[in-house]
Design a protein around this ligand. Structure first.
Ligand code: GBH
Length: 474
């Protein structure tokens, strides 16, 4: 164990959600369909054909939800705005949609909780998808305009703005694998989407910065740690390189170095990426940013040879899912023998320490870019006891182990400034529908009743004490 289990004075504790996963009110106050409204209705795309029409009904219950956050002692709350609510059909701004976020922000500030805004958590207006979606370059400019409109409404009260949540998911998982909305299955479209998302980020940071130099601007990436099964087998080493290339370096290198990694460009040569990148794009993408959000769930152990007992992969939906990235074909994920969550993801807190150290060393350490863990969490098959408690000790263990991993990174010299548990509430887990629960607060989807789980109480104690020590001795 390391020396201190206490968090730095300015370290922020929070929890995260996303619009489509919690809001519901899918057809209210002028909101139009997003690609998730459409995709959730594609036969076989989502378990139980679940959709976000009602979700956690947060649109109507946000006041109670903010009261819960206050009860938990959260210092910050990461949420996303729904593009189709703010700009139905991607066109004129909708005052009713903006007003919802304005009321939410007021409520948060009133509760002394810092609003952390994400402009895009996967819910593209369907109209824009019909015009080519993220495979169409225009979408990047439309995104900047949307961001400026949200800033007009909230810029006086929100000072931390992140452009995208996990562009890997919005590009390769959504346009190449077809596992997420819009469910397209084109290698070329996935690569184009990846580039246009990065461009959207760069255009938006630039535009918001010009508006107000005092804003804190950033992006959230889903990053991973990839290790070869056998470090002496070149095929395994190359498999780890390819996974690192698509998840991490494809996004980090343009943002922080203004270039795509040469080996990844080689991997995808002849697949049309060159034609999509225009002169000046990389300079536009490489804007100085104030915050890099890291979403970490688990690492990967990979090989060019199949595992004897492979880990289960995607949601068991009935659509055929393709590989997300051309260069990942022929990469096999091997189990590391670690405990599994209900998603069958391995619990690997040490990977978070290693990841934060690596990002600091290779990308952000020398810059004025602060590191935050903007998502980390676990689904478990929670059991409600007779007296109505949710005794989710496994989630409490997950949370304390990962907060410990963050402290390990801090102890080693990495300036990590905050942590958001995913998620505040049980919610719509994309292709898994309502079958997987990540919350520190349970949602009964029949009554919409919220119950703070034991893990939520444990998190509240950690936040109160700003230390893991009570958790180790209690
Ligand atoms: C996050 O995505 C989302 O931001 C959030 O909305 C979601 O609810 C939450 O996590 C929980 O899922 O190696 O091809 O098997 C997490 C995204 C999880 C990205 C697993 C890649 C492995 C893909 N990721 N993952 S693969």
């Amino acid at each position: 164990m390391t020396s201190s289990r206490t968090f730095p004075r300015d370290f922020l504790f929070g929890a995260a959600t996303a619009a489509y996963q919690i809001e519901g009110a899918a057809h209210e106050d002028g909101r139009t369909d997003s690609i998730w409204d459409t995709f959730s209705r594609v036969p076989g795309a989502v378990i139980n054909a679940d959709n976000g029409d009602v979700a956690c009904d947060h649109y109507h219950r946000y006041r109670d939800d903010v009261a819960l956050m206050r009860e938990l002692g959260l210092q910050t709350y990461r949420f996303s705005t729904s593009w189709a609510r703010v700009q139905p059909d991607g066109g004129a701004f909708n005052p009713l949609g903006l007003d919802f976020y304005s009321r939410l922000v007021d409520e948060l500030i009133e509760a002394n909780i810092k609003p952390w805004l994400t402009l895009y958590h996967w819910d593209l207006p369907q109209t824009l998808e019909d015009q080519g979606g993220w495979a169409n370059r225009d979408t990047a400019e439309r995104f900047r305009d949307y961001a400026l409109g949200v800033h007009d409404a909230l810029g006086d009260r929100v000072d931390i703005w992140t452009t995208l949540n996990e562009p890997w998911c919005s590009s390769f998982l959504s346009y190449t694998a077809g596992a997420h909305a819009p469910g397209r299955q084109s290698t070329e479209a996935g690569l184009a989407a990846g580039h246009h998302l990065l461009l959207a980020h760069g255009l938006t940071v630039d535009a918001l910065r010009q508006r107000d130099p005092n804003l804190n601007l950033g992006i959230t990436l889903n990053l991973t740690v990839a290790k070869p099964v056998d470090p002496t087998h070149p095929g395994d080493v190359d498999a780890a390189r390819r996974i690192d290339g698509q998840f991490n370096r494809f996004f980090l290198d343009p943002i922080f170095r203004g270039e795509y990694p040469a080996d990844v460009l080689d991997d995808v040569a002849e697949l049309g990426l060159d034609a999509v990148i225009r002169d000046g794009d990389l300079a536009q993408i490489m804007q100085p940013i104030d915050a890099l959000g890291v979403n970490y769930y688990h690492g990967e152990l990979v090989s060019d040879r199949p595992a004897q007992h492979p880990l289960p992969g995607e949601a068991p939906t009935t659509r055929v899912i393709r590989s997300p990235f051309p260069a990942a074909d022929g990469v096999f994920h091997h189990p590391q023998g670690l405990p599994l969550t209900a998603m069958d993801w391995e619990v690997q807190p040490a990977g978070l320490t290693e990841l934060l150290q690596r990002v600091d060393r290779e990308y952000t350490g020398a810059l004025a870019t602060s590191l935050y863990v903007t998502e980390n969490g676990a689904a478990y098959d929670d059991v409600v006891t007779d007296d109505g408690r949710v005794a989710d000790l496994d989630r409490t263990d997950f949370l304390t182990a990962h907060l410990g991993a963050v402290l390990d990174a801090i102890d080693s010299g990495v300036d990590v400034k905050g942590y958001f548990y995913w998620s505040l509430l049980d919610n719509y887990e994309w292709a898994w529908g309502y079958a997987k629960r990540f919350g520190i607060v349970r949602v009964d989807y029949r009554t919409q009743q919220r119950t703070v789980k034991d893990s939520g109480h444990a998190y509240a104690a950690i936040i109160r004490n700003r230390s893991l020590v009570p958790m180790l001795t209690e």
